[in-house]
Design a protein around this ligand. Structure first.
Ligand SMILES: NC(=O)c1ccc[n+]([C@@H]2O[C@H](COP(=O)([O-])OP(=O)(O)OC[C@H]3O[C@@H](n4cnc5c(N)ncnc54)[C@H](OP(=O)(O)O)[C@@H]3O)[C@@H](O)[C@H]2O)c1
Length: 306
């Protein structure tokens, strides 16, 4: 089985390649320098030449709330272009199986309950990352239309909850919440700072899964392809408040200082918890505890930041 993995240098891609089952498959792993997904012709030529059986699409312009708010045009256009180019080239070159990595930001913003797959496109999106979410929705829908039009390629979309883990981005400019908290608290310990800033009240709730667990589901999906629904959430089934995440990171890093809340900063949706009914029905569960996951991400950060 020859698999084209886009985004192989990213957090999700690296976690897929580090999974114990990765050695059972023949992976093509071009980075953006070898294959620029924004260039439709280049993508077509690459697929025609390499003829993968499977595409796992993990490439994307991905960023935290600040980056998304600053550059909505780029998040919308680049993610739509990449999605469109890879999906259409996969279809025309005879790819049989397409696994698309989407995101829980595709869900409507005002839903406090569990996010079930059927809720996508039933309400307004969270404005802070709307451009990114629209691009993700477009790519998913394109794949669904192809599923309707032809039997030649089956297209499935995974909707992961928020992720963190090894190979995460820890820079000030584009990190997501957990790596940002790790970096801030590590700096505070180093600088003997008395307090660490929390954006907003810290009461918003989030579900963060170790990217290694998402990778585990990717291999589960490859082995159980026919049973996987067209759209399926991949998450933990439980969430924590932002304040809980700060406390968990403090415990692991040994931070003893205080926290202060900047209430002028945006904190996004109040709650974002995906339903795991479909993965539960398939008999799959994420395995990494929050403590073990944060420890692993922190060790990675310390090693990489030296
Ligand atoms: N991180 C999360 O919390 C999260 C949560 C849910 C879903 N997801 C989804 O999972 C997927 C992967 O996320 P991630 O966290 O692994 O992102 P990431 O670490 O930022 O990696 C994204 C990768 O996309 C590649 N890429 C960007 N522009 C490209 C282009 N023009 N041509 C080819 N490749 C390009 C980059 O490749 P190079 O490094 O080679 O330039 C990069 O390594 C995304 O679809 C994201 O929406 C992520």
């Amino acid at each position: 089985m020859k698999i084209l993995l886009t985004g192989s240098n990213g957090m999700v891609g690296k976690n897929i390649l580090e999974h114990a089952d990765a050695s059972k498959y023949d992976f093509l792993t071009p980075g953006s320098r070898d294959l620029n997904l924004l260039n439709a012709k280049e993508v077509e030529t690459y697929l025609e030449k390499n003829k993968p059986d499977v595409v796992i699409h993990c490439a994307g312009l991905v960023g935290g709330i600040q980056a998304n708010m600053k550059e909505p045009v780029r998040f919308l256009v680049e993610n739509s272009d990449m999605g469109r180019n890879i999906v259409l080239a996969a279809k025309s070159s005879g790819v049989k199986y397409f696994l698309n990595m989407a995101s829980s930001c595709m869900y409507p913003k005002d839903h406090d309950g569990l996010l079930e797959e059927e809720l996508i496109l039933t309400g307004p999106l969270e404005p802070t990352n709307e451009g990114y979410a629209l691009a993700k929705i477009m790519t998913m829908r394109l794949g669904q239309y192809i599923n309707k039009e032809t039997q030649q390629m089956t297209f499935k979309t995974l909707v992961p909850c928020n992720l963190y883990g090894r190979w995460d981005k820890f820079s000030e400019k584009n990190s997501h919440m957990i790596p940002a908290v790790i970096r801030k608290m590590d700096n505070a310990i180093r600088d003997n700072s008395e307090s660490v800033e929390v954006w907003g009240s810290g009461n918003a709730r989030r579900e963060f899964m170790d990217a290694a667990d998402l990778a585990d589901f990717v291999f589960f999906a490859l082995k159980n392809w026919e049973k996987i629904p067209e759209i399926i959430n991949v998450g933990l089934g439980h969430d924590h408040s932002i304040n809980d995440y700060y406390q968990a990171v403090a415990k692991i890093l040994g931070y003893k200082g205080k926290f202060h809340h900047d209430l002028t900063k945006p904190e996004g949706m109040k709650r974002k918890l995906v339903s795991t009914k479909k993965t539960d029905d398939l008999g799959w569960k994420s395995k990494t505890s929050l403590e073990a996951g944060i420890k692993k991400a922190y060790e990675f950060y310390k090693k990489e930041s030296v």
